[in-house]
Design a protein around this ligand. Sequence first.
Ligand SMILES: [Zn+2]
Length: 259
Amino acid sequence: MRVALAVGCSALAVAGCGGEPVGSATSHASPGSSSLLPCAPRVVALDPGHNPVRIGSFDATTGVAQIDYPNGAEDGNVFAVAQQVAATLRGRGYRVVLLKRSPRESVSYRERVSRAEQAGAAIAVSIHTSPGVNAVFPQRVGLYRTGMGADGQPRRVVFTNPATAASSQRYAAAMAQARSKAEGHRVVVRDNDFGGRAPLWAGNIPVVSLLAVNTPWVYNEFGPAGGSGGSTPVPAAALSAYARGISDGVATALPRNCS
Ligand SMILES: [Zn+2]
């Protein structure tokens, strides 16, 4: 069964549709100057890694199975990266929300997406590690997940919002370029592949990105030379390079063009 996820930006009271500046304007413009734009903070949502306990439920809106699980060292590693990215971006004038508030908080994909929407995020960034994988996964129209629904019938959920997908792909390209430079290896933009990973549904987009119909989502995997990542701890210097790349990627994707 095909489930349409097309929801126009205007259909929801969600700030940040299309990646435009959100939040109330602050008055950084000089008095008497009409050429300076008011300086609205860009809202950036950071989504660090896996859930601390195994969870599995069917999303009430789409019917997709949202299964998550702890993954050893990855969870602490990517939370530290998220904290470093948050500090850097706040220093550059962005407002940052963490979609998982501590490494021990249990929070479903739907709840992460809701938190990003409620914050008016212009971009959301998932942060993961995996041995040998240096990639950024964007949203694209037509990407999907498929599997057995709660009713025991096959189900297919497809990403269909072209505006969100276009922003996600633009941001993913900027992220891959910035990460390549910071990490010193090639980071590619591509689709994921969840085939053969039961009980996860098959398909080619992370569930959290699939659910985020109106929030441009950029999903990162990092696996430095030496084979660390995932449940194998990543050295601190490599995690710092990852954090620098993500921070620079956000700043390139969504520059704060105000005074
Ligand atoms: Zn992961």
